[in-house]
Design a protein around this ligand. Structure first.
Ligand SMILES: [Fe+2]
Length: 347
């Protein structure tokens, strides 16, 4: 496995890059905007294709690299379903999995530091965001933080992981890089409380100053969505209502770019084919499934995904591959459903 722990010394943020092999797919956790060029260089050095960029929560102390990485690599951005971010490509919830080739992250909802805080677990390690830090825990006094919820997330979820599980947090201010669940249970001063009430009392009286970047970082991090209007201005988008009129017409091939779990959870638009976004570049190049469908006389491809980001990137890739009739549904299946569009369970 390829595993890199990268550090931003301004915000003391740890960013993690994971891949199963050189030349394979990669996922990045908690990227920092100012470091994006460094990540891109590292991806190039290791011959990796970035598939997903994930934030454990909406950060208050640095601007996320999610949007910039998506714009530079066409990767999928991922955050939790509770997040106040405007648009990400994919939203996850407790029990989901974030998959790339050879790496699977179990999604654990661990609110408390914020109400959109998640941890991501693999067989031997867990990325704890700001929920559980090394010898500390993330503050709970803003962004709908909640000390009781955090106590439950830590004691009820994270500390239930095997003792030897490696703990990789989103920050460290003292120079530590990694710990274990067992070590934190035994040595983390915040976890030595006798009761949840004692923990709440402690957390509610930390009296910390707000992060220096907070007034800049929070609003910036709320707006990372891809500018779908640009795609629409080029004439490559249909609103859900426009799409409804088209569906069923001869030659219109509706393509769902989401992953299996998203389809099972949220249903599909009837009659759509499934072609997951990570396979897109293979699918749209000559000889690929979507290329052959798209060039067949009279055919027009119509992409959709969850919120319109993957489909907006896909329509641009298809146009570049010469599939001029390709369009996407702006706002994805969420907008489709809000506009009264029908969905059915995946058959
Ligand atoms: Fe945080």
């Amino acid at each position: 496995m390829i595993f890199r722990q990268l550090f931003d010394s301004t915000s003391c943020t740890y960013t993690y890059l994971l891949a199963s092999r050189r030349g394979g797919e990669a996922v990045i956790i908690d990227p920092v905007l100012e470091k994006v060029d460094r990540y891109i260089q590292l991806l190039r050095d290791l011959d990796l294709k970035l598939i997903k960029a994930v934030d454990t929560h909406l950060h208050a102390d640095h601007i996320t690299g999610l949007g910039a990485l998506r714009d530079k690599t066409q990767c999928i951005t991922v955050m939790g379903e509770q997040s106040g971010v405007d648009v990400v490509s994919m939203r996850v919830s407790d029990g989901d999995r974030i998959d790339i080739e050879g790496v699977n992250l179990d999604v654990i909802y661990t609110p408390g530091h914020t109400d959109d805080s998640y941890s991501f677990a693999m067989a031997d390690r867990v990325f704890t965001g700001d929920t559980l830090l090394i010898r500390g825990t993330g503050r709970t006094d803003f962004q709908r933080g909640d000390a009781r919820a955090q106590y439950e997330s830590i004691f009820g979820r994270l500390l239930k992981l095997p003792d030897q599980t490696l703990v990789y947090p989103a920050h460290d201010y003292k120079g530590d890089t990694v710990s274990t669940i067992g070590e934190e249970r035994a040595c983390n001063p915040r976890l030595q409380m006798k009761s949840v009430d004692e923990y709440i009392e402690l957390m509610n009286n930390l009296n910390l100053p707000n992060p220096k970047m907070m007034d800049v970082a929070v609003p910036a991090n709320m707006h990372v969505g891809l500018a779908q209007d640009d795609v629409a201005r080029r004439g490559w988008a249909f609103t859900p209502s426009q799409a409804m009129e088209l569906i069923g017409q001869r030659g219109v091939v509706l393509i769902d770019l989401r992953e299996r779990r998203e389809r099972e959870r949220h249903g599909i638009i009837p009659g759509s084919l499934h072609a997951p976004y990570p396979d897109l570049s293979d699918n749209v190049r000559p000889g690929g499934l979507l290329h052959e469908l798209g060039v067949a006389p009279g055919n027009r491809l119509l992409f959709y995904c969850a919120f319109g980001e993957r489909s907006a990137m896909a329509v641009q890739a298809a146009q570049q591959a010469g599939l001029a009739g390709t369009r996407h549904i702006q706002g994805g299946i969420e907008a489709w459903r809000k506009a009264g569009g029908q969905t059915v369970p995946v058959g």
